[in-house]
Design a protein around this ligand. Structure first.
Ligand code: SAH
Length: 231
């Protein structure tokens, strides 16, 4: 499909349609999230050859076998964080930086940790060029959280985990919220926890399928050496 990547007006219109058709009509109601999703240029977070599909409600491949989640799931996860502005949020799995930009546009003090140096530096350059200099990017194993910056008001895992790492939730402030996909390598449930030990409340938002978080409290590297992982 031939499509000029600098056709910004057309992308803006497509993005507005995406917000109404795939988000609001499907039950995303948080105006802060809808506004953020209407602002972040998703087409700049995928390769130019995929830009024409950037506002379809599908996950898209990025690099190193990773994906950028479908817009509806990004919106659902962000809405589940119940942001009112100023919350310190840790995202585990920076990837393209798209979710981090949505967090920043939602008014969060966004921190994001990524294990791949190449992905982190690409995301860093992209976010700076798009005018998101305030997002804090960190290289490391995010399944262990980011102890030196804890506590966080919210923690969002954007890759799958076999279970909720207690080392991660313990970096939440009381009444903080964790959201992330928990379960097997190929099927998970999107879990939301209101952290208030010993009375923490857990709910399942939906079934989902994310790429794995590989790390000390995530999946072992060897468990993920399977071609099926690459969707
Ligand atoms: N949120 C991203 C998509 C995340 S895909 C976006 O908006 O584009 C999952 C990401 O988690 C990948 O970039 C992968 O490299 C990263 N990852 C995997 N294991 C990790 C770990 N232990 N710590 C931090 N990042 C990890």
């Amino acid at each position: 499909m031939s499509r000029r990547v600098d056709d910004e007006a057309a992308f803006t219109a497509e993005r507005a349609r995406m917000v109404e058709r795939d988000l609001r009509k499907r039950g995303i109601h948080d105006e802060r999230v809808l506004r953020a999703m209407g602002r972040v240029p998703r087409h700049r977070f995928v390769s130019p050859s995929l830009a024409a599909s950037a506002y379809a409600d599908v996950p898209l491949p990025t690099v190193e076998g990773q994906t950028i989640s479908q817009p509806y799931i990004v919106a659902l996860m962000t809405q589940a964080l119940v942001l009112s502005g100023g919350e310190k949020v840790l995202e585990v799995g920076t990837g393209s930086g798209y979710q981090a930009a949505v967090l920043a546009e939602s008014g969060a003090d966004a921190w994001s940790i990524e294990r791949s140096p190449a992905l982190l530096s690409a995301a860093s350059a992209r976010l700076a060029s798009l005018g998101y200099p305030g997002i804090h990017l960190v290289l490391g194993d995010g399944t262990l959280g980011l102890a030196e910056e804890a506590p966080f008001d919210r923690i969002l895992a954007t890759g799958s985990l076999p279970r909720v790492p207690s080392g991660l939730t313990s970096q939440l402030r009381p009444a903080g919220i964790f959201v992330g996909p928990i379960g097997g390598l190929f099927d998970q449930r999107l879990v939301r926890i209101e952290y208030d030990p010993p009375h923490s409340k857990e709910e399942t938002l939906c079934a989902c399928r994310f790429v794995p978080l590989v790390g000390a409290a995530g999946w072992p590297e060897t468990a993920t050496h399977c071609p099926k992982e690459k969707r």
